[in-house]
Structure formats: C-alpha cells, structure tokens
Design a protein. Structure first.
Length: 244
C-alpha cells in the first residue's frame, strides 16, 4: 500500500471539549461515548447534539448500556434499540455497537434489527469482535448483514500486539468490510501499525490524564481528555510520505 491515499483518523471522544480538540488536531471522524475508562458507554442525546453543533465532522455514537461484557438481557437489548433510534434521530451519522450470545456468537437478531434501523447510515461493530473465539466467522456474518466496519485490536490488548491478525483481516476481508484498527494507538506507533497491517484507517483517544482538584468526597476523579497536540502529531505522521 502506498499511503499517498490519505489514512483516515478517527478519535474517540467523551465531551464537547474532546470533540473540539480532536477537530483542531485534524481528526476525520469522531466516535462519541461516555465512560471511556469503562470501555465506552452510550452518550446522552444532549451531548451528541452539542458535539454536532461544535464541530463539522461525522459523529458516530456508541450504543452500549453497561460495562462488563457484551451479553445483554432482553430489557437491555430493547434499551439499546431505543437509544440507537433516538441518537439517529438527533443527528448521529452512524451507530457503534455489538452484542453477543452466551456462547460467544453474534446476536444475529439484534444486529439485523440495528442494521435495518441504521439503513443509509454507518453501522460499526466494536471490539466485542476481539473476545470471540472465531473472528473470521463473525466477520463473514457481519459482512452478510451489511455492516460498514469493525473496530479491532486483533484479539489482543493492543493493536500492536494484534497487528499480524489485523493484517490478516485486512488482507482477507478488507475489500468487503472496513477494518479499523484501534487500542493503544499513539503518534509514535501509528505509522508502524499502518505499515504492519495495511489498514487505511486508525482509531484512538489521543488523550492525556487530567485530575480534578475539587473532586472532594469523590476522591481521585482523574480522567482522560483528548489532546489536540497528540491528534495533530498523529495526523502529521500519517500525512508524511511513507511506503507500507
């Protein structure tokens, strides 16, 4: 792959300030969440509307009601569909989600319903892919169900650890579904990851830890916030000529 073709940079954000920082740094697309320290949860409608008002970028909204896995009760699945419906009505450019059955297979009924709901907008399967035993079978199902893309670290804790598997996914499935690599992506390794995998898009938070001195009884309420300088550094690195 010759990277004269622009590599798309997606930034995961959790506030209006994060979105503005990502936009200022040169992000191409945003994934909007709450609770990034919990792996990302469904954002509020108000947050989505304010982010859409603040930046002129595609904004995809996470739909994940609880932390701690990807197997949901019938009530939670109904909530996820309702949240997705409301987020799309409020202007989300797509939905990021994922649901599995207890044996680690795709919850096909839920995903088919979500695909019908998002018709005409993007539908992304998140890193639930990285916990299933047979990623290839799941990818084939997602392709058959019209999924736009998958976010993956190749079944590992970080994209760098999973780079060989991500590269295989890109080689085998990349012409049928977009492969978005993510987890542990930084300005220092982003070019090496693109070279190693052949992917055309990357995902990261590009954030720094901030502490709240007035947290009081909440004790340690430090949180991560998107850093425009880190986003810019990644954008510059990806825009420099290099050969995969």
């Amino acid at each position: 792959m010759n990277t004269k073709t622009k590599i798309l940079l997606e930034v995961c954000v959790a506030s209006v300030e994060d979105a503005i920082a990502a936009y200022s740094g040169g992000a191409d697309r945003l994934e909007l969440n709450l609770g990034l320290e919990l792996g990302g949860l469904t954002p509020s409608i108000g947050l989505l509307e304010e982010v859409k008002r603040a930046v002129e970028l595609p904004v995809l909204a996470m739909v994940r009601p609880t932390p701690g896995g990807f197997v949901y009760t019938p009530a939670e699945l109904r909530l996820m569909m309702r949240d997705a419906e409301m987020l799309l009505a409020a202007g989300a450019d797509g939905i990021v989600s994922g649901a599995l059955s207890r044996d680690g297979a795709l919850n096909v009924e839920f995903w088919r319903s979500l695909q019908q709901l998002t018709s005409g907008r993007e539908l992304v399967f998140h890193r639930a892919l990285d916990v299933v035993p047979d990623q290839s079978s799941l990818l084939r199902q997602l392709i058959d169900l019209g999924t736009t893309r998958v976010l993956t670290s190749g079944g590992c804790n970080t994209a760098w650890e999973g780079r060989e598997q991500i590269g295989r996914m890109q080689q085998i499935f990349g012409h049928q579904i977009e492969i978005l690599l993510g987890a542990g992506v930084s300005p220092d390794n982003v070019v090496s990851l693109v070279r190693a995998t052949g992917c055309h898009q990357v995902h990261g938070s590009f954030s720094r830890l901030h502490s709240n001195e007035l947290s009081g009884w909440l004790r340690d309420q430090s949180c991560r916030k998107t850093c425009s300088q880190l986003v810019s550094a990644a954008r510059i690195a990806l825009d420099l000529p290099f050969d995969a």
